[in-house]
Every structure is written in structure tokens, then in C-alpha cells.
Design a protein around this ligand. Structure first.
Ligand code: CTP
Length: 216
């Protein structure tokens, strides 16, 4: 690491959370954790200290990162609340479930012949919470997954959740090895990164975060 560069504490969430309906069934999404794990590796390569809060994935975590395994949105929220105060930057790459079953059955549900209606309740928005609680000097990075009006919707999330950087991409990025992303900070213009490996994209995002931290 260059002598002038500061070692930062980077907190990263990754993977798709699971919301259990009963002991063996859950609601989840196609989040694979690849972007979050690539960011963890990029931040470590750049000499930073990394805490990775990971929802279930099949990926091998980088050995040098502190790893906290979580399952549901509620678990992830608890872990973020614990680690965020000591972090210079939080990057929320996790594909967090927006809903969870209103009631979790204690035993495996039995099948029946009637239509089954599942009642869901909203989960807490972890990133919005961090936006309300961030202290001076802390940088907050969110991801936005949008099928349409990508830039408009992503910019709304940037402002509404009080973020310092938003990384916008399309649903085809989820679970893929490569992706094309767009980046924006509140005062800067949109920056388009080429369609490339998540490893390369992660390197670009970490450099951008370093600049934001240095300017903050
Ligand atoms: N996020 C979060 N907690 C949630 C849902 C999302 O922290 N309960 C974070 C994600 O990790 C991501 C950002 O919020 O960094 C945006 O997630 P996204 O799914 O694009 O948008 P939502 O805010 O969930 O809104 P919508 O699904 O309506 O687009």
C-alpha cells in the first residue's frame, strides 16, 4: 500500500437472504454473493481491513476477511448494527428480502388440496437505517437492481437512503460472472463501467470509495 494511503475498515454485506416459512422451506432470490465477495477481495488487495457479512452462498470467503454468517434480513440487520459504528464504509451488495412470512411454522407444513395463501410482512431496510445513522466521515454505498428507468430509480435510492454512492445494474447481473454497472455520487455525473468481470468492477468501485473517503 502507498505510504499516503490510509488503511480503512470496510464492511460488506453479500448474498441473498433467506426468510424461512417452516423449518425446511424459505423465500429467497438469485443473489449469489459474487459481487460482495469480489469487493471483499478487492478491498483486501488494496490493503484495507474487511468484515464480510454473508448470507448463504456456495462461495469460498477470503481468509483475511472477518466473516459473519447470517441467514435472514433480521440477522443481517443485527450484524450491521453491531459492526457499522466501527466501520469507515458500508457496502450493501446483499440481495435482501423485502418481505418475510408473517408467521414462521414451527414444524414442516403438511400439503393440502386447497389454495395456500402465504401472508408476508415487510422487512427492515438495512441501508436506509444506515443512512439515518451514519456519522461524519462514514461512507455508505448501495446497490440498485432495476429493470426499467435504471438511472432515475437508482438516483431516487441514492437520495432517499442518504447514500454517498449508488451502483446501479440490471437483473441480468444477479448471479452472473460479469456485469455492466453505472455509478453515481450525489454531486457527480453518472459513470458507466464496461461490461466486465465482477473482479474488475469491484476494483473500480474500491478505488472510487477510496476517493470518497479521502475527500470526506
Ligand atoms: N436493502 C436493504 N434492506 C432491505 C432491502 C434492500 O439494505 N430490506 C439494500 C440493498 O442491499 C441494496 C439497496 O438497498 O443495496 C437497494 O436494494 P433494491 O432491491 O434495489 O431496492 P429496494 O430498496 O429493495 O426497493 P425496490 O425493491 O422497491 O426497488
Amino acid at each position: 500500500m502507498a505510504a499516503s494511503k490510509k488503511k480503512r475498515r470496510i464492511l460488506i454485506t453479500a448474498g441473498g437472504t433467506r426468510e424461512y416459512i417452516d423449518p425446511v422451506r424459505f423465500l429467497s432470490n438469485a443473489g449469489s454473493g459474487q459481487m460482495g465477495y469480489a469487493l471483499a477481495r478487492a478491498a483486501l488487495r488494496a490493503g484495507h481491513r474487511v468484515t464480510l457479512i454473508s448470507a448463504p452462498t456456495t462461495l469460498k470467503p477470503p481468509a483475511q476477511a472477518e466473516l459473519l454468517r447470517v441467514v435472514s434480513c433480521e440477522d443481517m440487520f443485527r450484524a450491521v448494527k453491531k459492526k457499522f459504528p466501527q466501520s469507515d464504509c458500508l457496502i450493501m451488495t446483499a440481495a435482501v428480502s423485502d418481505y418475510t412470512p408473517a408467521k414462521k411454522e414451527k414444524t414442516k407444513m403438511k400439503k393440502g388440496k386447497k389454495i395456500l395463501t402465504l401472508r408476508l410482512k415487510p422487512t427492515p431496510d438495512i441501508l436506509a437505517w444506515a443512512g439515518r445513522h451514519k456519522k461524519k466521515g462514514q461512507i455508505l454505498v448501495g446497490f440498485a437492481l432495476e429493470d426499467k428507468n435504471l438511472k432515475k430509480n437508482a438516483e431516487q435510492k441514492l437520495l432517499k437512503k442518504n447514500l454517498d454512492l449508488i451502483v446501479a445494474n440490471k437483473p441480468d447481473a444477479i448471479g452472473a460472472e460479469q456485469s455492466a454497472v453505472f455509478l453515481k455520487s450525489p454531486s457527480g455525473p453518472w459513470l458507466a463501467l464496461p461490461y466486465q468481470s465482477k473482479r474488475r468492477t469491484a476494483g473500480c468501485i474500491v478505488r472510487m470509495i477510496e476517493k470518497l473517503l479521502a475527500a470526506n
